[in-house]
Design a protein around this ligand. Sequence first.
Ligand SMILES: Nc1ncnc2c1ncn2[C@@H]1O[C@H](COP(=O)(O)OP(=O)(O)OP(=O)(O)O)[C@@H](O)[C@H]1O
Ligand SMILES: [Ca+2]
Length: 567
Amino acid sequence: MKQMMADNALVRKLSACETMGSATTICTDKTGTLTMNQMQVSEFWLGKELTEHSVSMEIEPEFSLLLEEGIALNTAATVNKPHSTSTPAISGSPTEKAILSWAVLDLGLNIYETKQKCEIMNVETFNSEKKRSGVMMRKSNEKAIHTHWKGAAEMILAMCTTYYVKSGELIDINEEERMQFRAIIHSMAAKSLRCIAFAHKKVTEENRLISEKLEETGFTLLGLVGLKDPCRPGVRAAVESCKKAKVSVKMITGDNPHTARAIAIECGILNPQDDMDNKAVVEGVEFRNYSPEERIARIEDIRVMARSSPFDKLLMVQCLKEKGHVVAVTGDGTNDAPALKEADIGLSMGIQGTEKFIQFQLTVNVAALVINFVAAISSGKVPLTAVQLLWVNLIMDTMGALALATEQPTDELMTKSPAGRSEPLITKIMWRNLIAQALYQLVVLLILQFKGKSIFAVDEKVNSTLIFNTFVLCQVFNEFNARKLEKRNIFKGIHKNKLFLAIIGITIVLQVMMVELLKRFASTERLSWEQWGACIGIAAVSWPIGFAVKCIPVSGKEASKQRASGT
Ligand SMILES: Nc1ncnc2c1ncn2[C@@H]1O[C@H](COP(=O)(O)OP(=O)(O)OP(=O)(O)O)[C@@H](O)[C@H]1O
Ligand SMILES: [Ca+2]
């Protein structure tokens, strides 16, 4: 659990952990999952001209002011600069943070001053549907109304009819120029940059739209920025191991198709020769407008969906599920929320723990139940009292779960194919291990129950304690067995799992206390050194049994196909 928390994994439904090992498709978003989410402005275009840094000097002052207003007012991020000398602390979404810090540091923008001169009349906050944010405002010294938009470059471009050049000249965008701007956006995107455009429009009070809504046509393009967000190190390898495990990885992103493709190539989701007219890359709108049959037919080939809305992501997941895939979705939880909810698995984390826990649990419970049942019908007395059973359940449930679930995932995990939806919860391997251990414990307990008094020459009460103690110690030893479902070396990597060792230690200490100190409460008798030795000896036999039983092959070499488990 600690590990899960450290990984920031939120488990909404525990069954999701179980399903995780059986995922056949992973739909991942781009920003923050595949990339570092540390964006930085790396290109700035004024008109059709790529500008150098320290550009602010050369821009015509009035145009420069518009740019500053567009950036300063139209953002949800904030700049905190307590002292004029300190470097500003900027908070907000990574995209906005990048734009603001670039504006403050490179353009020399003074956010606070700029904001003070304007009165904001209306805002449209950024959402993933429209992929833009806008603001409508009035300056304190004039009557005109200004509207600023910033957002996905090609979408903002479509709203523009003119553009500014550095000298402050206003130029009409004709068809040819529009193509050139598209080419600029394309070239930035091909370098895996996220492209954001800024646009502005000024209307006089009389000409303004009657409604309070922000204008959407006839804008002037102020500039384009390209934001670099490097891939996380290790993503390529992770995608590779998913491929090896026959889990297909799809990227669903809100970003531009060219940016998406470039990042997908960097991560190994796409091959460099997969180009735009390949079936591997689609845009959200395209996918949305397919007929259901078409969607089903094409979904396997699609590896990147770009410019997708939250609804497109959802549609993708539904479609995959319809085809029988077990779908895992990773996302930042806001625009991905509908898809996350629909997915079989909402958020990924280390695949481990549950099965071993199930096997362990069943062994304990089967043995405990049967011994009590058999004893009750044969002699009318139950060897394990209610308190003892409760204790067994307590340590086994909570501590066993904790200890086993915190095992590190093994690398071999990823070499296995996913199990899919139909694979049973308890695999043949688990049955094999489980039956062997439960049988052994049963035989021992039954012998103790019926012959214990004569073997050890003790009375009824001491014999019950022996049974209880042996039973608990069997579980302690078996907890080691359950660490590995297939591997014979159950101690591998054990020194790294401090929590496991600590829990084993605590269990043993508590058990000693139960037997030696809490005799009234637990209805136990104190045991001699020899009796303790006998209990431990009997319990320790579950190790060689565990070892031996793993040599029994499970039918049809299905073992390699077993669901992902920490073998
Ligand atoms: N704060 C913002 N203001 C204006 N436009 C933005 C802002 N943030 C992102 N955009 C634009 O919207 C697009 C991203 O939209 P969306 O939020 O749907 O995707 P995302 O979740 O960021 O993408 P991913 O799937 O990669 O995580 C970007 O490509 C960019 O053009
Ligand atoms: Ca996202």
